[in-house]
Write a protein that binds this ligand. Structure first.
Ligand code: NDP
Length: 336
C-alpha cells in the first residue's frame, strides 16, 4: 500500500523573519508534517480571502504559531480518508473552521483535515467556480439570506453594500442585483466603478459619502437595507442612515473592529444589526447555502468578471494587495 506520508507537496509558508516581519515563501513540504487528521485531500484550487492576508502578515488573533501555511478555502480530491467517510477520488469543498488559521491551510497542494469540515462539491458548481465564490461567496450569500429573513424585498428601496470591490462585497452586489434589488455600492476605488456597474450596481458611491454622518447622532434615511463588510465606524454610519425598520448584515472588519455607537437608530427607527458568521456555521447550514449558490443563486458568467486566476507562486504578491485593501474581486489559486 502506498505511503502518502512520504510524499512532498508545494505550499506557501509564512515565516517570521525578524520581529514583526513576515515573509511568504513557496516551499516544498512533506505530507508527514501535516496535522494528524484523517482526511487527506489533493487540492486543485484555493482562493484568497482577507483573513488569509491577516494570517500571512502575522496577525496572531488569526494564527498563533509560525511557520504556517494559510488558506481558509480549498477544493480537491480525496487521496485517503482513515475515517471512512469519503471515497478516494471524491471531490470535496472546504471553507472555514480552523483551516488556514491554526491548521495548515489551502495555499498548498495537500491538506489534512477532520472529515466534518468537508462537503461534497455541490452539483451545479465546478471546482473553479466553488473557489471563485469561496468563503467570500458563502458569506455574501449568508448576508443576503439574513436580509431576506428580515423581510427585505426589492420594493423597499436601495440596498447599500460597503467594501463593494472586495471579495464579499462584489459577490453581494452580484447576488442582490440578480435578486432584483437596487444596489448602492460604496467603494474606496471609484476607478473600479465600471466593474461594479457590470455586476449590476444601480449606483456607485465614494467611501467618503458616509464620512459626514460620523458627527451626527442620526443621519437622513437613505437606504432600506445594507451589507457591511468594512466594520469600524463605517458600520455605525450605515446604521444611522438606514430607513425605518431596516437592517444591516454585518460580516467584516476591513477598516477596524471597534465602532462608536448610540441607541437612537435602534429605538427610534427599529433598525436591526444582523451578525453573520460563515466560519463556525454548522456544516448542514453551509451545505444549504452552497446548494443555493449552485442553483437558483448561481451568478453564472458574473463569476468570470469577479475572479482572476493566479498561481501558487503569485499568492504572496496578491496577499499583500489584499492586506493593503487594494484587491478587486476574487483571486482563485489554480494548482490543477
Ligand atoms: P477583501 O480584501 O476582498 O475586501 C475588503 C474590501 O474592503 C476592500 O477591497 C475595500 O473595498 C474595503 N476596505 C479595505 N480597507 C478599508 C478601509 N480601511 N476602510 C473602508 N473600506 C476598506 O476582503 P473580503 O471580501 O475577503 O472580506 C471582507 C471582510 O469580511 C473582512 O473584514 C473579512 O475578515 C470579513 N469576512 C468575514 C466573514 C465572516 O464569516 N463573518 C467571512 C469572510 C470575510 P473598497 O475599496 O471597494 O471600499
Amino acid at each position: 500500500m502506498k505511503n502518502f506520508r512520504d510524499e512532498e507537496f508545494r505550499a506557501i509558508q509564512v515565516k517570521e523573519v525578524a520581529k514583526g516581519k513576515f515573509d511568504q515563501l513557496l516551499v516544498r513540504r512533506q505530507v508527514r508534517d501535516l496535522p494528524d487528521n484523517p482526511l487527506l485531500l489533493a487540492v486543485s484550487h484555493s482562493s484568497l480571502n482577507y483573513k488569509d492576508a491577516m494570517s500571512a502578515f502575522g496577525n496572531r488573533s488569526i494564527t498563533k504559531e509560525y511557520p504556517h501555511t494559510p488558506g481558509i478555502d480549498a477544493v480537491g480530491r480525496v487521496v485517503d480518508d482513515r475515517s471512512g467517510t469519503f471515497s478516494v477520488g471524491a471531490e470535496l469543498l472546504v471553507t472555514g473552521y480552523d483551516l488556514g488559521m491554526n491548521t495548515s491551510g489551502g495555499l498548498a497542494e495537500m491538506i489534512a483535515i477532520p472529515p466534518g469540515w468537508a462537503l461534497s462539491l455541490p452539483q451545479g458548481l465546478n471546482a473553479w467556480e466553488s473557489m471563485a465564490l469561496g468563503t467570500a461567496g458563502l458569506t455574501a450569500a449568508l448576508c443576503v439570506e439574513k436580509l431576506l429573513e428580515s423581510g427585505a424585498v426589492p420594493e423597499d428601496g436601495e440596498v447599500l453594500v460597503t467594501g463593494a470591490t472586495g471579495g464579499v462585497g462584489s459577490i453581494a452586489v452580484a447576488l442582490l442585483s440578480k435578486l432584483g434589488f437596487r444596489v448602492a455600492a460604496v467603494t474606496g476605488k471609484l476607478e473600479a466603478a465600471d466593474f461594479l456597474t457590470g455586476l449590476g450596481a444601480w449606483k456607485v458611491l465614494d467611501r467618503d459619502t458616509l464620512a459626514p454622518f460620523a458627527s451626527k447622532a442620526m443621519a437622513k434615511p437613505l437606504w432600506a437595507w445594507a451589507i457591511d463588510t468594512v466594520g469600524g465606524d463605517t458600520l455605525f454610519n450605515v446604521i444611522k442612515s438606514l430607513d425605518y425598520g431596516g437592517g444591516v448584515a454585518a460580516c467584516g472588519m476591513a477598516s477596524g473592529a471597534q465602532f462608536h455607537a448610540n441607541v437612537f437608530p435602534f429605538i427610534l427607527r427599529g433598525i436591526s444589526l444582523l451578525g453573520v458568521d460563515s466560519v463556525e456555521l454548522p456544516i448542514e447550514k453551509k451545505a444549504a447555502a452552497w446548494h443555493r449558490l449552485s442553483s437558483e443563486w448561481h451568478i453564472g458568467d458574473q463569476l468570470h468578471r469577479i475572479a482572476e486566476d493566479i498561481s501558487l507562486e503569485q499568492s504572496s504578491e496578491f496577499l499583500a494587495r489584499l492586506h493593503r485593501g487594494h484587491g478587486i474581486g476574487r483571486y482563485v489559486v489554480d494548482m490543477s
